[in-house]
Design a binder for this molecule. Structure first.
Ligand code: PLP
Length: 393
């Protein structure tokens, strides 16, 4: 079985679907036989189940994680000309959503160990680069006089940001928090404030999830959802996703074509039943990697603080020899990834924001050293030993 041992894909989008093929095909068949392709019980059924999974009261299915972020921002009242704070170490969808609702992104650096938003950098941004407006209690950026109205912590790689600290600052400065939970379905955070474990998506006014096929819960196509405890926000999103319609052909506002379709919703309901088990397999695989890589010099394994239960969407190591390791693994047919090789503030698309190299030193250093190893629920012990063996060599 040497060939088998030598090839380690980065993700496996085939095996889980092969196991569930009959159930998934039945979803498609039901849609064909009923003609129910948009909306209907498949969508509302999934929305109820996913809200329950996230420990929230409401869920609105939408067509992607990007739409989920954009609609969430719009629904909490972010408007053209506002400033929304996030991190430069994320996928561009986070900032696209900000820009597409007319706002401007501002970045704060990440924590060197968790790779997520550093609450101290958030505080520093507010206290040193903003004035506080008397009327609203909100920060206004000094340079461009933009009102800061929201902050998007990203739960990157499947691990939540330090939400107590971020929430406290948001409360102090009257900011809406929107979680980008697109990589964190089922992740948990121990809130000292609330004295208990909380699910990703349940710690802010509204949270965005993606069901892109490679995510921990993936559709067989595109999909996304917003979860919230606020009925009004949920209702707004259900209007925005459907051309602003409150009733057929009644448009009080313009919206988008941003619905989750019935076939994807049905597929997601089937797969949601396995999500907790798949996440547990990812956690076990991460523990195995931690053990196997523990004594290799110059490799930093992921840091999981006591207050976090990561669902390891990605297993990301850090090493100064990143390029060399990646090439050598690739030569042995071990697939790896970089999440993300170029921080957003250095992307050409954001040249207009006026940032420079050196503005976010932790993000910039980390971007040259991170390496995502193969990670998916069916990853075997043998495959992981082989990856570790190659890293050691
Ligand atoms: C995947 C992802 C998104 C966007 O989701 P899509 O469904 O691809 O639109 C947003 N933010 C993060 C952090 C993601 O990983």
């Amino acid at each position: 079985m040497i060939a088998n041992k030598q090839t380690v894909p980065f993700v496996d989008l085939i095996t889980p679907h092969a196991h569930l093929e009959e159930e998934l095909v039945a979803v498609f068949r039901r849609a064909l036989q009923s003609g129910g392709f948009i909306g209907g019980p498949a969508v509302s059924g999934f929305e109820n189940d996913f809200a329950a999974f996230c420990m929230t009261t409401h869920c609105a299915g939408v067509s992607s994680g990007t739409d989920a972020l954009r609609f969430a921002l719009m629904a909490v009242g972010v408007r053209g000309g506002d400033c929304v704070i996030t991190v430069p170490n994320t996928f561009i969808a986070t900032t696209e959503a900000i820009t597409q609702c007319g706002a401007v992104p501002a970045f704060v650096d990440i924590d060197e160990r968790t790779y997520n938003m550093d609450p101290e950098r958030l505080r520093e941004f507010i206290e040193t680069q903003c004035d506080i407006e008397n009327k609203t209690g909100r920060p206004v950026t000094r340079k461009k006089r933009q009102p800061v109205t929201a902050v998007i912590p990203v739960h990157l790689y499947g691990q939540t940001a330090d939400m107590d600290a971020i929430t406290a600052l948001a409360r102090q400065y009257n900011l809406s928090v929107i979680e980008d939970a697109c990589q964190a379905h089922g992740a948990e955070y121990y809130s000292k404030e609330d004295g208990g474990w909380k699910k990703a998506g349940s710690m802010s006014r509204a949270a965005a999830f993606s069901f892109y096929p490679g995510k921990n819960l993936g559709a067989c196509g595109e999909g996304g959802a917003v979860v919230t405890d606020d009925e009004e926000i949920a209702q707004k999103i259900k209007t925005i996703r459907d051309h602003g319609q409150i009733k057929k052909y009644v448009h009080d506002v313009e919206g988008f074509n941003g619905r989750l379709d019935a076939i994807q919703a049905g597929i997601l309901s089937v797969k949601l039943q396995h999500l907790a088990e798949w996440n547990e397999q990812r956690r076990q695989a991460a523990a195995r990697y931690n053990e196997l890589l523990r004594n290799i010099d110059n490799i930093i394994t992921p840091f999981e603080p006591k207050w976090a239960r990561s669902v390891y969407h990605l297993y990301v190591i850090r090493t100064e020899k990143r390029e060399e390791l990646q090439q050598r693994l690739s030569a042995r047919h071990i697939a790896t990834g970089l999440h993300y090789p170029c921080p957003l503030h250095l992307q050409k698309a954001y040249a207009g924001l006026g940032y420079q190299r050196g503005d976010f030193p932790i993000t910039e250093t980390v971007a040259t050293e991170i390496l995502s190893l193969p990670m998916y629920p069916g990853l075997t012990d043998t495959q992981q030993h082989w990856v570790a063996e190659c890293l050691k060599q």
